[in-house]
Design a protein around this ligand. Structure first.
Ligand code: TRP
Length: 460
């Protein structure tokens, strides 16, 4: 048996705190902003069905694998991969996962912060009554005017980045853990109320049908693209494939059940995404909006609803406040792999490491800020017409390429490289579950992700 390692960065106080932090990482803009608009761009029900299949057969097994590797190695993803590979007598090149993960972290954080900045601004817009009784056209115009001003976007992007850096610099154990305990359940309740509001519109059933009944003919026509987008989003939404959950796993006490934690996180993540869509799509149909309108979707549909409902100003600002919070707990997990690596390998203090990491992500984010105004250009990818610019390129590069590649490396690593004994010991699952996990990781997840990955380059 290998000597038990401990992390130099600390440990979660309990399994519950880990689940909370990992759910905080998973639930974010991906669920409330990205999932609904991806579903709308990919035809609704078919996307959701494939998404759920991807979560069950690829996302959950890979998440368990990633947490397990993290706890076994107890270092930054790069050093963990190198250590575990060396222990099994394998090449140090497995550390490539750490490198790709850090790259993905910078890239995702760069645009994540810009969009979270929109959310911040919308807290104030809704609170000040901007949308009261506003016609749908007015709401669209407010959004377009807002995103066409790079300086305002840059301002909010900076605010959000600093918020994340403040928490990361202190380590995750500080105030955030406490706040997450209250704010996440509140977000959940608010989402339920929003679904309630959507139910009061005439088009609720149309919205439900659009989301829950897959249209197989359209799906057959667009299968590879929809599947690619659904699987890429599963990685994004679960925060897997780049080491974020691995770092969180490295702070996990030894005696906790990885299987239970993983199932809890994945379930909560999917429920939030589906609730958000149920709140949004009936409004899309009620106000004759375009389901495939892309990243602007929630910033248009929800303000229209807040403008119509009594007390919408207060309610809307509360809603965006909670979305901001969800984004915050995700943002910090994106910085974590790079920060831990700088602390371990460059001997930096946490504060300095955070400033450098956040600073670089902030600079890259300027590309996204400009994607909605001066540098906007369109192109087509996987059958979808994209209307951003650098933002879309980064989004595709991370969700559709880097994260699945990371997931592929993780599944190959646990299925073929790590010693069976270590894997079994660290996972500590009952025999039946272990067999299921091993089979899905080894064959379904790795082969599945491999095919998806290669299909983008026209190989399949
Ligand atoms: N999962 C988060 C969301 O859905 C985003 C996120 C946080 C993430 N950490 C990540 C995505 C790591 C990929 C990898 O909003």
């Amino acid at each position: 048996m290998v000597k038990k390692r401990t992390s130099i960065h600390g440990q979660w106080s309990s399994q519950w705190v880990f689940v909370l932090a990992a759910t905080g990482s998973a639930v974010g803009l991906g669920n409330i902003w990205r999932f609904p608009y991806m579903a709308g761009e990919s035809g609704g029900g078919a996307f959701i069905m494939l998404y759920i299949i991807c979560v069950i057969l690829m996302g959950t097994p890979i998440m368990a694998a990633e947490i397990m590797i993290g706890r076994r190695g107890r270092q930054s993803p790069l050093n963990t991969m190198r250590t575990l590979a060396a222990e099994g007598g394998h090449s140090r090149h497995w550390q490539i996962l750490g490198i790709l993960g850090m790259l993905a972290g910078f890239l995702i954080m760069s645009y994540y912060s810009v969009i979270a900045g929109w959310v911040l601004s919308y807290i104030f817009k809704t609170a000040s009554g901007t949308f009261e009784a506003a016609a749908p056209d007015t709401v669209v115009k407010i959004f377009n005017d807002f995103t066409s001003n790079p300086w305002i976007l840059l301002f909010w992007h900076s605010v959000f980045m600093v918020m994340c850096m403040t928490v990361t610099a202190r380590g995750v154990k500080g105030g955030l853990e406490k706040a997450v305990r209250i704010l996440m359940p509140t977000l959940f309740c608010l989402l339920l109320i929003m679904v309630g509001y959507a139910m009061s519109t005439d088009k609720f059933l149309d919205g439900m049908a659009y989301l829950l009944i897959p249209d197989f003919t359209t799906l057959a026509a667009n299968f590879p693209e929809v599947f690619l987008n659904a699987s890429g989003h599963a990685f994004f939404s679960l925060s897997i494939g780049m080491g974020a959950i691995m770092v969180y796993g490295s702070y996990l006490p030894t005696k906790t059940s990885i299987a239970n934690a993983t199932i809890a996180i994945a379930t909560m993540d999917s429920v939030v995404a589906i609730l958000a869509s149920l709140a949004i799509f009936p409004l899309v149909f009620t106000y004759n909006l375009e389901p495939s309108s892309g990243p602007s979707l929630i910033f248009i549909t929800l303000p229209i609803a807040f403008g119509q409902m009594p007390g919408g100003g207060l309610f809307g600002s509360m809603f965006f406040f909670l979305v901001m919070f969800a984004a915050w707990t995700s943002g910090i997990s994106l910085l974590e792999p790079v920060v831990t690596w700088l602390v371990e390998n460059k001997g930096m203090r946490r504060l300095k490491a955070t400033i450098i990491t956040g600073g670089i992500a902030w600079i890259v984010g300027i590309g996204t800020v400009l994607s909605f105004n001066h540098w906007a250009f369109s192109f087509t990818f996987a059958g979808l017409e994209k209307h951003g610019g650098i933002f879309d390129i980064i989004d595709i590069l991370t969700a559709n390429i880097l994260l699945p590649l990371g997931g592929l490396i993780i599944s190959i690593f646990v299925a073929w490289i790590m010693s069976k004994m270590s894997v079994k010991e660290e996972l500590d699952m009952n025999e039946g579950l272990y067999k299921f996990w091993f089979f899905t990781t080894k064959y379904v997840a790795s082969v599945g992700v491999g095919i998806i990955f290669l299909s983008q380059f026209g190989i399949f």
